[in-house]
Design a protein around this ligand. Sequence first.
Ligand code: NAG
Ligand code: NAG
Length: 382
Amino acid sequence: MTRLAFFVALLPSLSLVFAQDLGVPTTWREFNNSRLLAERISIAKSAIDTILPQLDTSNGQFDGIGFWQSANVFSSMANFDHLASSTVYKDQVINGLTAAYKTYPNFDPNGYNDDAMWWATASYYAYRAYGDSTMLSMTVAIWTRVSNYVVSLADAKAGKQPNKDFTIAGTCYGETMAGGVFWRPTSDDTGINSITTGLYTTLSAYLAETTGDSTYTAAATLSAQWIQNLQISSSGIILDGVSGADCTRTAASWLFTYNSGKYIEGLSVLKDVTGAAIWKSLMTNITAAAVKSPVWQGSNGIITEGASKTSDNDGVGFKAIFIRGLDEVSVRSADNSALQILIHSYNDVQYNALLELAANDGCVGCDGYSDQHEFAVNLNFS
Ligand SMILES: *[C@@H]1O[C@H](CO)[C@@H](O)[C@H](O)[C@H]1NC(C)=O
Ligand SMILES: *[C@@H]1O[C@H](CO)[C@@H](O)[C@H](O)[C@H]1NC(C)=O
């Protein structure tokens, strides 16, 4: 199939407007939660305290889970304190992130920009929770480094990227590739994906909000536009990756919760930073589509992605990113009670399922374990 034929075939599906429906499906299982705040804090704390013995304080890694997931345990701990207005985990979080930063230069031992940004994001949450300026400096250092792997408007026009040794695609499917972020720093790796670009969008938006520096706002906007133009499926959820050399897409079946979750988190911050109606509208629509997507859940609403009772896998970690993104959207949507009720109900479905149905045997990386931190910690406290 020629590029043109592919483009023509694809265009109608991408231009479909997905319907926005903020109603709570009545088929969802137990979408309410009458537990008081003190009990929810206690549940979240005991989930975190179950994994803490696995922490190697010399390098900030948790035994039994992957490098990127270890960063997300620190994110959960920092967000627990942020949401509960406490400093219970301050020392462990700051010491752990500092140890990892010293052990793994640029937070990137394996050559992945998303790995570096999972840790930079944890550092940002630590800054947000504790006001520690070293954590903010680490975040900025990683942001600056990963910025070397973004396709700029000039790169897209020239078909060249300074840190890549191949001719890059300036446009794919009729849209500019500007704003896309290469997954890996390696000069010959061509992959650009939604998680790397979504992490960069979100970090840029948080840094714009924190510093008021318009460089970050421009970066967040360009990367948000790349995902908006190229990575939204006809049903309104976020696709995975595109080759920055020949526009080949990752398998159509690669639909993961964290791509939508990270993007809506970034959009929620970007809409507050810019006040632009488009980002609020897109955030709302993708949220509505994602919490109802049949791709990762049945009609009861319980996420099935990554389910495994015996071993760790990336999918176990993905859904935690989704729930965290939903929580940020909810916190920043005081003007949309229907959206807040939808998110709260969805979180309650997951929360009750974890407490009542999931394995909870304290096995590191097992389903119902890493989930439980994230779901409990990211419960909407407001
Ligand atoms: C969101 O959905 C509504 C329809 O429900 C539509 O009018 C609007 O254009 C959509 N927004 C975006 C950014 O696609
Ligand atoms: C949900 O509401 C029902 C009816 O009020 C109640 O019986 C049930 O305990 C609630 N579930 C939770 C998890 O709070």
